[in-house]
Design a protein around this ligand. Structure first.
Ligand SMILES: Cc1ncc(COP(=O)(O)O)c(C=O)c1O
Length: 404
């Protein structure tokens, strides 16, 4: 079956040296490939300008500190933060959620309090809350999904009470691609006095994000899904919220004064960045943000939506394929092939040089809700084009031929 493409690709594949010709990389929701400017920035930082930050009295370290802090300002502007002090560098979204669960949760959750999650959350936005709830004697509620695989905010609004202290939701689902109406979620959370944490891992590479317009309280994302390095990510929180949060990890760089009797702590964001930071990761993140901004998040969103539209259309014409989630998915599609385990789908597609993800996508409760153990997932990035959709469809036709 030919995919009738009317769209023009972004044509960015040439920026990505690790994508050989003829390889359809459709696993960007797991991690994005890295463009040359990011690779070059990392190579320069290790090969030419490397030094530690915040401590050195010598010129090189002072310059690296300036570059490090420039990246913080860049990240703040990228997501509409009020200023760089609202940006905490973490190892990724997982660490960001754990930080909030330990620090904010440790002083704000009490016995009898409730936390609202949703059925489609990634494990990293479930398990930290389970542990925080256990520590505090709080409980967890789970907002259901609509038939289209979106978080059902009508149902959530019925469930929310003044005992809810936190609502923590994915801005875009990593398994279904469904996009949350985050502004409405913020209004609903705030109406009962709860804070809203958005897991923005899949949103930040796929759509413009402005935390002020969304009116959320915490926003978490990972650099490696944004075409940047692994091991670096961002927790954003409102300045006054960060100010009131106690440290969670401790050691060097997060203190004000240490004596054996008493230690006082640095103001945010340093209070939450114990130890030597991932200096080069931060530099690479800056390059990644510059890269996506040079293309434009609106253009990336339109590009991925066009690819998803074409892929859904072509997949729906294969009888044995069942699509999960609704049509409004952003850049990510999950599907099952009748009678074929998703791992077999993935393995056979790999033989056709198509890389997809097969598994539970760290969303086991969602899989249980869909009535499956696993799905196959194709996710798109700036380097994908109609050829990749065609390769996916041809590969799936081979899967259906092999399995009869
Ligand atoms: C929606 C979502 N949240 C959180 C995470 C965790 O991100 P990381 O493993 O980079 O910390 C992921 C990664 O797959 C994700 O897709």
């Amino acid at each position: 079956m030919d995919v009738m493409s009317t769209m023009r690709p972004l044509d960015r594949v040439a920026d990505f040296p690790a994508i050989p010709a003829g390889w359809a990389y459709l696993d960007s929701a797991a991690t994005a490939q890295k463009p040359k400017p990011v690779i070059d920035a990392i190579a320069r930082a290790y090969g030419e300008t490397y030094a530690t930050v915040h401590r050195g009295v010598y010129q090189r370290s002072a310059e690296m500190t300036l570059a490090f802090e420039a990246s913080r300002l860049r990240a703040a502007r990228f997501i509409g933060a009020a200023g760089p002090d609202e940006i905490v560098f973490v190892s990724g979204a997982t660490e960001a959620v754990n930080l909030v669960a330990h620090s904010w949760g440790g002083v704000n959750l009490r016995p009898g309090d409730r936390i609202m999650l949703s059925m489609l959350e990634h494990h990293s936005n479930i398990v930290p809350w389970q542990l925080a709830a256990e520590r505090a004697g709080a409980s967890i509620d789970v907002a259901p999904l609509t038939d289209d695989g979106e978080i059902d905010l009508d149902a959530m609004s019925e469930m929310l009470t003044e005992r809810h202290k936190l609502v923590a939701l994915a801005h875009i689902s990593n398994a279904l691609g469904s996009v949350l109406d985050a502004r409405r979620a913020a209004d609903l959370a705030h109406a009962v006095g709860a804070k809203l944490l958005l897991d923005g891992c899949q949103a930040v590479p796929r759509m413009p994000v402005d935390v002020a317009a969304l009116d959320c309280d915490f926003y978490a994302f990972s650099g490696h899904k944004l075409y940047g390095p692994t091991g670096i990510g961002v927790l954003w929180a409102r300045a006054e919220i960060l100010e009131a949060m106690p440290p969670w990890q401790s050691g060097g760089a997060m203190i004000d004064k240490v004596t054996f009797e008493r230690t006082t702590f640095a103001p945010p964001p340093a209070r939450f960045e114990a130890g030597t930071p991932h200096v080069v990761g931060v530099i690479g993140l800056h390059a990644a943000i510059d890269y996506v901004d040079s293309i434009g998040l609106d253009a990336i969103a339109a590009h991925e939506q066009a690819l998803v539209g074409e892929a859904r259309e072509a997949l729906s014409r294969i009888n044995s394929v069942r699509l999960h989630g609704g049509e409004r998915g952003a850049g990510i599609i999950s599907f099952s092939v009748e009678g074929v385990h998703p791992h077999d789908v993935g393995t056979i597609l790999d033989e056709s040089k198509v890389a997809i993800r097969a598994g539970h996508h760290c969303a086991q409760p969602l899989m249980a809700h869909l009535g499956v153990d696993a799905t196959a997932r194709a996710s798109f990035g700036v380097y994908n084009g109609p050829d990749d959709v065609q390769a996916l469809i041809s590969g799936l036709e081979r899967v259906t031929r092999i399995f009869g």
